[in-house]
Design a protein around this ligand. Sequence first.
Ligand code: GDP
Length: 485
Amino acid sequence: MMFDQLSAALTEVAKNFGGKQRMTENSIQPALKSVRRALLDADVNLDVATALIDGVKRRSLGKEVTQGVTAEQQFIKAMYDELLDMMGGDASQQSNRNPSLQSPVASLAHSPDFATTNKPTVILLAGLQGAGKTTAAGKLALYLKEREVDSDAVKQMSEEERASTLASRLPKRNRRVLLAAADVYRPAAIEQLQILGEQVGVEVFSLGADADPAEIAKEAVEKAKREGFDTVIVDTAGRQVVDEELMEELRRVKKTVEPDETLLVVDAMTGQAAAFLTASFDSAVGISGAILTKLDGDSRGGAAVSIRGVSGKPIKFVGVGEKTQDLEPFYPDRMASRILGMGDVISLVEKASMEVSDAEAARIQEKMVKAEFDFDDFMTQSRMVSKMGSMAGVARMLPGMGNMIDSAQLKQVEQRIKRSEAMIYSMNKKERANPDLLLTDRSARSRLMRITEGSGLSFDDGLAFMSEFQKMRTMISRMAKQAGM
Ligand code: GDP
């Protein structure tokens, strides 16, 4: 499974800190050595690994271990921060604050409207044969075509993003996409794109296999202008290896259509080679970022960790399966959490489950995996958590969490749980069992208004709770899957 090997190694390293109270050069050295080995085993680029280790050392050395937090947790937090920076943490933090301006995805999802500029957004896809370029073209078309409120991406949004989407109920993407078949060399590439286009309900423009790729791209853009498509995705040719002919053709297509984004599709299974490939495409043709495919089969993680450090270019999307909906925007913070693993959280949930009957626990577990976790389960869970002791104790068991939570924040968390319970009490039975009625259904807004009024809370409190619940549901389901439940 994704990053298994690296997660397991890093978790093992952190465990060896025991109950140490202070991290020193001596106490930290063996751990750093092991982390370095784990990174190199995962095929992380040597320079990137060295920079990561230096960063973790800088962040950890000489720091008193915070009260209530173990050295292990502090070390995990340092690794988390370093991984985040290495994969482009800044961009993601900004995206949470202002999704319409900063996000690497935003330039695709929220670029100026066709109506106001009369120029469609043009996205050029490049890559070596077999990297998953044609599949990515279909996936990206579907992603941009979907209304944002319908998609998985919304379920993984930050609180603010989610709340603002819910509040406005406005579709953020909903774009009219045209796919252009400019891979004229690989046999059957055009047919493959046409089949994909049909699957996702997007028109495919083609001039057959004898036309010039630059000409195809140009005519696709003209057709888009004429017929009101606001986005054109151009699938260009791939080769077995990087060669000058391929680069020259790409430069020509690029010059002809002046794309808003030139994305290189790279295969995660090739590890750090994907990072070098990104760098060489960038110096030869100039790219704006990468789409990292086949992450679902990548147990090592070398590509995800190295691409930005080696090439300076961000990963913008990741492919996580063969189906057309298996594309996710790349968020460095979520990726860093995945790499570090969430195993401790799983055991925490399991421990909590022991407090209820086995049958009840099995029922909830099954719902978690299917992401059907509803408000009734939320209540059961939060009662189990209170039975297990104060929130403080529980929160400190979460990896990397202990040192981020102080007692004032904990009070807030406890208050939030109380507010959540008040809201759940104001829901009717149907709503408690069907969270989607309050999240994505047409009636969500009016229902939420009624419920917040009934529980004496503000509508904003309601939105905040919904976004938290949604995040929790997604996270739990992901953790459950990772634990093979
Ligand atoms: P192209 O030659 O670059 O256009 O590659 P294709 O789009 O034809 O993809 C090559 C193979 O990789 C196909 O079998 C795809 O189904 C598979 N593939 C593409 N993306 C992913 C992904 O994210 N996950 C998995 N598991 N397979 C993928």
